[in-house]
Write a protein that binds this ligand. Structure first.
Ligand code: PLP
Length: 390
């Protein structure tokens, strides 16, 4: 019997769990007894495999509708594993606004091993096509992108990849497996920073890779085991439990993001709101706009004043938590980019990114509204502090 994602994420008692406990026990062992010398024990050493990581990896594969899942010690470790399937002389096409940590990995580490990279604006398929070379082995996509929510046509890029015998990898962190299914759209590899929505509680760092091809499965496993980058037993156990609430968390966060979007587009203190439901391409390949949006203040000098008057959101890097997280790309995720380049790319002081959490959305909007008014109106005295009734 095959179950829906919601049901199957919750069922620990019937898979990999001899005691039928509601949650799989924590197997906090580095090594396993081998009674038969040279026998075929299911587990021998925890880096190579253990029940907690295995259960998690099965759940991750199910979630993405893929055959094989792998859990890594971070999203960046997952991305590294994908790039390590390449060889010196291989070429990769990257988006020009790729996640900062991925850019650092390619620029400062992988280039030393003679892997070549070209970055293009992947919203334009012609640019992707033009960037492909004879030695292109991988096209790497992130959609919607960060922090301006540019959308790339996954199916369109997958056709370019296929024609050129290259693989397509999609970083699906922002949409989660519930909002977008890249494997069904032609991707060969799906990557997640499980630190974000999959974990959802801002309490662990983890990554995931999901593939269908058995050869790719062997390649990724060799790297996971051979470089020791698999997720720890404890974090695997924690993440497998957090996944049980992913469907309901994501649903509520998307709802909250939609309400905040509707509020922000009507607000005169806001210059632009970035949320991918305005993109036809996005709506063709995703179920909703996701739970993260961007917005730009009309008066960019009021960024600090806006933050000063907020009470609910955590002002921080990261996203995908039960708490609403407000990020400021110019001073956080994109601070390493020179200011003029940042300005060219629209990452200015007035730009914020908001990851909607699970708080009461009316209270969130009241809080944001109060902070925008306080920050941007000249006469403050006429505004009353908000009152939250429960
Ligand atoms: C956070 C993030 C990563 C990196 O993941 P870590 O778990 O922090 O290593 C990669 N891609 C995207 C889109 C992210 O948001």
């Amino acid at each position: 019997m095959s179950y829906s994602k919601e049901t199957s994420l919750i069922l620990d008692s019937t898979r990999g769990n001899e005691h039928l406990s509601s949650n799989q026990p924590l197997y906090y062992s580095s090594t396993y007894h081998q009674q038969t010398l040279g026998g075929n024990a299911e587990y021998d050493y925890a880096r190579s495999g253990n029940p907690n990581r295995q259960l998690l990896e099965e759940k991750l594969a199910d979630l993405e509708g893929g055959q094989y899942g792998f859990a890594f010690s971070s999203g960046i470790a997952a991305i590294t594993a994908v790039f390590l399937t390449l060889e010196p002389g291989d070429h990769v096409v990257l988006p020009d606004d790729v996640y900062g940590g991925t850019f650092r990995l390619t620029e400062q580490i992988l280039k030393k091993f003679k892997i070549e990279f070209t970055t293009v604006d992947q919203t334009d398929l012609q640019q992707v096509k033009a960037a492909v070379q004879d030695n292109t082995k991988l096209i790497y996509v992130e959609t919607p992108s960060n922090p301006l929510f540019k959308v790339t046509d996954i199916d369109g890029v997958s056709q370019i990849a296929r024609k050129n015998n290259a693989l397509l990898a999609v970083d699906n962190t922002f949409m989660t497996p519930l909002g977008q299914s890249p494997l069904k759209l032609g991707a060969d590899i799906v990557i997640h920073s499980a630190t974000k929505f999959l974990g959802g509680h801002s309490d662990l760092i983890a990554g995931a890779v999901i593939v269908n091809d058995p050869q790719l499965k062997n390649d990724i496993y060799l790297i996971q085991n051979g470089t020791g980058s698999g997720l720890s037993v404890y974090d695997s156990w924690t993440l497998a439990k957090h996944l049980k609430t992913l469907p309901i968390r994501f649903k509520q966060s998307v709802y909250n993001a939609e309400q905040i979007y509707r509020y922000l587009i009507e607000n005169e203190a806001i210059e632009t709101v970035y949320y991918p439901i305005t993109s036809d391409t996005h709506l063709r390949q995703a179920k909703n706009g996701g739970a993260v949006l961007g917005f730009r203040l009309k008066d960019e000098s009021k960024a600090q004043a806006f933050v000063d008057h907020l009470n609910i959101p955590l002002v921080s890097v990261s996203l995908g938590g039960v708490e609403t997280i407000l990020s400021h790309p110019a001073t956080m995720s994109h601070a390493a980019i020179p200011e003029d380049v940042r300005a060219e790319r629209g990452i200015t002081n007035g730009l914020f990114r908001l990851s909607a959490g699970l708080e009461d959305v009316k209270e969130l909007i009241t809080d944001i509204d109060w902070a925008l008014k306080e920050a941007t109106y000249e006469s403050k005295k006429s505004i009353e502090e908000p009152h939250f009734s429960s």
